[in-house]
Write a protein that binds this ligand. Structure first.
Ligand code: PLP
Length: 352
């Protein structure tokens, strides 16, 4: 079946809106749905779902890590990883804008009973020097610092990417202090494409990695957690305790395998689209402090209008986007946004 939306009658409401609220709004393509329909399935809690096993094996090989675990969401993979790396009363070090702190509903406290040390990074990126200063001394008064979490790309950082050399330095600090090193790679594939890096590079650096299939890769559901065999065996138990053990999950995993084959290289298109829209926003009277666009996310501050008023005005023009703070707006490019839609967005923002 050709991967062409017009060929396929979607049995759902077709919106006329250009939806730039998030890369999670993508719907499976005809080719992806076909792969899902053809998936060989079994009971994944018994370890008997061939499509889940295939996706996990592929991811592990791609990242050069020992094992992988298919989960329902990126929140679940991050929370399971944090649980595996910490004991109650330990402390997690991360950027103040990190998803694990900002958008996981207090999960670090709820699931792991751990505290968090927030660092003021540069657009979501922390440095080895900052991590060093945040590690608590071996003192009974202090929570033990046991885990450093990195987010690449950084969501609230406007899709910014880490410099791999800095990540190596942070890993050295983690090693020297016996701390775990976790990557929230919800959008890692965007970083790999933007930077010309490989998944294997990351797999050899981190103790655990979470990647999302429901963002830029265009899947309806799913994230994968990677680590060594012992880590993933424990993670499997925590997935169960969180109610995340799914049965014929191969239907979902097959979408993931399809996306690994078809939807990684095309992320470059989303990045070009983001750059084109940002190029226009730069000249708009209602925009200031446009963050540098590194991947598929655009974040700017509003001038002379509140973020929510701008979102309403753009909505009236058929463009959906998000107010991420009282005077901050975010656009996210993704698989369902065509070249033509990008041209429309540029024309509409020019006319505001
Ligand atoms: C979206 C996202 C996640 C996971 O979110 P879910 O909606 O739970 O899949 C994790 N980290 C970052 C940086 C994200 O943007």
């Amino acid at each position: 079946m050709p991967d062409d939306r017009s060929f396929f009658q979607y049995p759902i409401f077709e919106t006329q809106m250009i939806d730039l609220r998030s890369d999670t709004v993508t719907r499976p393509t005809p080719g992806m749905l076909q792969a899902m329909m053809q998936a060989a399935t079994g009971d994944d809690v018994f370890g008997e779902d061939p499509a889940v096993n295939e996706l996990e094996a592929r991811c592990a090989a791609m990242f050069r890590m020992e094992a992988a675990l298919f989960c329902s969401s990126g929140t679940q993979t991050n929370q399971i990883a944090i649980k595996c790396h910490t004991q109650p009363g330990n402390e997690v070090i991360c950027d103040a804008d990190a998803h694990i702190y900002q958008y996981e509903a207090g999960g670090i406290a709820f699931n792991s009973g751990a505290s968090v040390r927030l660092l003021p990074g540069d657009r979501g990126r922390i440095t080895a020097a900052q991590v060093l200063t945040a590690i608590n001394p071996d003192d009974v008064h202090k929570p033990a610092s046991t885990l450093v979490c990195i987010e690449n790309t950084s969501n609230r950082g406007g899709g910014s990417c880490y410099d791999f050399e800095e990540l190596k330095k942070i890993q050295e600090v983690c090693r020297a202090h016996g701390m775990g090193f976790h990557l929230d790679g919800a959008r890692l594939f965007n970083a790999l494409i933007a930077r010309g890096e490989t998944a294997g590079q990351y797999g050899t650096l981190f103790d655990s990695i979470s990647v999302c299939f429901s963002k830029g890769l265009g899947c309806p559901v799913g994230s994968v957690l990677l680590g060594n065999k012992t880590f993933i065996a424990r993670a499997r138990r925590f997935r169960k305790v969180l109610g995340g053990g799914m049965r014929q999950a191969g239907i979902l995993a097959a979408a993931g395998t399809y996306a690994l084959e078809h939807h990684i290289d095309r992320l470059q298109t989303d990045h070009l689209h983001a750059a084109a829209i940002a190029g226009e926003l730069q000249h708009c009277h209602f925009v200031e402090n446009l963050l540098p666009v590194a991947t598929n996310i655009i974040i700017f501050e509003t001038r002379g209008i509140t973020a929510s008023d701008l979102v309403t005005r753009l909505g009236a023009q058929g463009i959906l986007c998000n107010a991420v703070a009282p005077s901050r707006v975010r656009f996210v490019l993704h698989l369902d946004i065509t070249e033509r839609m990008v041209q429309q967005v540029i024309e509409k923002i020019r006319s505001i």
